[in-house]
Design a protein around this ligand. Structure first.
Ligand code: G3P
Length: 214
């Protein structure tokens, strides 16, 4: 299973990379806005740290304008994946990107049928937002399960990138279902490593070690 980090914060990306948990990076306009920096500068800096796929989201909503942004981002670094929203114009842009050899991550996916359309358009990745579904009392992981079943039925090569991950249980469920990737904020990556028995066990080992003659 691959882990991507869901942030545009360079410090967090370096931290995840140091733990071997940055197989790729996903960004979105909200995450970029938090940095207060120009997107292109941030993008290039991220690509200098992480060699895996780095998602850069278009902000246009019409095919031609989306393609203009997609070509600009894709030309910046070879590991850039263009993130495109799951709307009809976006599906057209995904098809054009596929023809031009530009990788795409289709975002804002909330149903298995949306994911089916993205795969048919030739998306490299599909991003179901599990946390935002859970927020409205809909089982986000159920959608991931349905997408995996459908993709498996037809042999689609689109990778399932579980997004809007809020806690370790989302990651555990994604892994059990065989999702290809989970993209997580650094806080969730850290939480995954935590257990109170690990902390108390370590504290005991360290205090006992003080009693060992040196
Ligand atoms: O990058 C998209 C996604 O992971 C956003 O997550 O927490 O804003 O729903 P969240």
């Amino acid at each position: 299973m691959k882990f991507f980090i869901d942030t545009a914060d360079i410090k967090d990306i370096r931290e995840a990379a140091a733990m071997g948990l940055a197989d790729g990076v996903t960004t979105n306009p909200s995450l970029v806005a938090k940095t207060g920096r120009k997107f292109r500068d941030v993008l290039v800096e991220i690509c200098d740290i992480v060699k895996g796929p780095v998602s850069a989201e278009v902000t246009a909503v019409k095919h031609d304008e989306m393609m203009k942004e997609a070509r600009e981002y894709a030309a910046l670094r070879k590991n850039i994946v263009v993130k495109i929203p799951l709307i009809p114009e976006g599906l057209k842009a995904v098809r054009t990107c596929k023809e031009e050899g530009i990788k795409t991550n289709v975002t804002l996916c909330f149903t298995a049928t949306q994911a089916l359309l993205a795969a048919k358009a030739g998306a490299s990745y599909i991003s179901p937002f599990v946390g935002r579904l859970d927020d409205i009392s809909t089982d986000g992981m159920q959608v991931v399960e349905e997408i995996l079943e459908i993709y498996n039925n037809y042999g689609f090569e689109t990778e399932v990138l579980v997004a809007s991950v809020r806690h370790p249980i989302h990651v555990q469920q994604a892994a059990r279902l065989g999702a290809h990737i989970a993209t997580c904020p650094l806080s969730v990556l850290i939480q995954l490593s935590k257990h109170p028995l690990t902390d108390s066990g370590l504290a005991k080992f360290l205090s006992d070690w003080e009693k060992v003659p040196k």
